[in-house]
Write a protein of this length. Structure first.
Length: 208
């Protein structure tokens, strides 16, 4: 299981310092929750930290919680992300955006707690990541919603059809809730790590 550390809960702090601090840890990814204030409450934009983000060695896991998917894909291309994930709920042009992202990055599709796995079916053979939300998109620090059923379904579909996507979960992950997402390949973790003084200790607590 890989750890993707989200900075959403510390977005108003000194992010340049936090990115550099995370880069020295064993986290597998730095997770950027990009929010437009329309699809989800609050608003975040990490492009102003471009210079710092291009310096870090950790791959970037960019989660677009936005309505204007095309514009944000193009904007965030400059950060050379390893993964760009957009939400299934915001567009009828899913195939178009899958192709667009795949020209420069791995592509993921995210689903909210109320969205069924069945709605992903036409795209599961084309994508690299399925991101399952364990809370509503937007603010960090929300309570964890158990999505075990979705994880089992996605794992079953992957095995039965020889799909190659990774399963990622996001929201409310800590030392206890991580036990409920053991089928996930990647876990996006925010305040449990960034709310502590010692990031590395918290990461080790999760994976040991």
């Amino acid at each position: 299981m890989k750890i993707s550390t989200s900075v959403l809960s510390v977005v108003n702090d000194n992010l340049e310092e936090i990115f550099l601090k995370l880069d020295k840890t064993s986290t597998d990814y730095i997770h950027l929750d990009v929010i437009d204030g329309v699809f989800a409450p609050d608003k975040t934009d990490f492009l102003k930290y471009k210079e710092t983000l291009l310096k870090v060695s950790k791959p970037l896991d960019v989660h677009l919680m936005v309505n204007d998917v095309e514009t944000y894909i193009e904007n965030y291309k400059v950060l050379n992300p390893d993964i760009i994930t957009f939400h299934l709920e915001v567009t009828n042009e899913v195939d178009k955006y899958i192709k667009k992202v795949k020209t420069f990055s791995k592509v993921g599709i995210s689903i909210k707690p109320s969205t069924s796995v069945e709605e992903l079916a036409p795209y599961l053979d084309k994508i690299d990541v399925v991101l399952v939300m364990c809370a509503e998109p937007g603010r960090g620090g929300q309570s964890f919603m158990d999505m075990t059923g979705k994880l089992k379904e996605l794992n079953k579909l992957r095995n039965a059809n020889h799909y190659h996507y990774q399963i990622e979960v996001d929201c409310g992950i800590n030392r206890e809730t991580i036990k409920k997402v053991e089928l996930a390949d990647i876990v996006a973790v925010g305040s449990y790590i960034t709310g502590a003084i010692d990031y590395e200790e918290q990461i080790r607590n999760l994976i040991n």
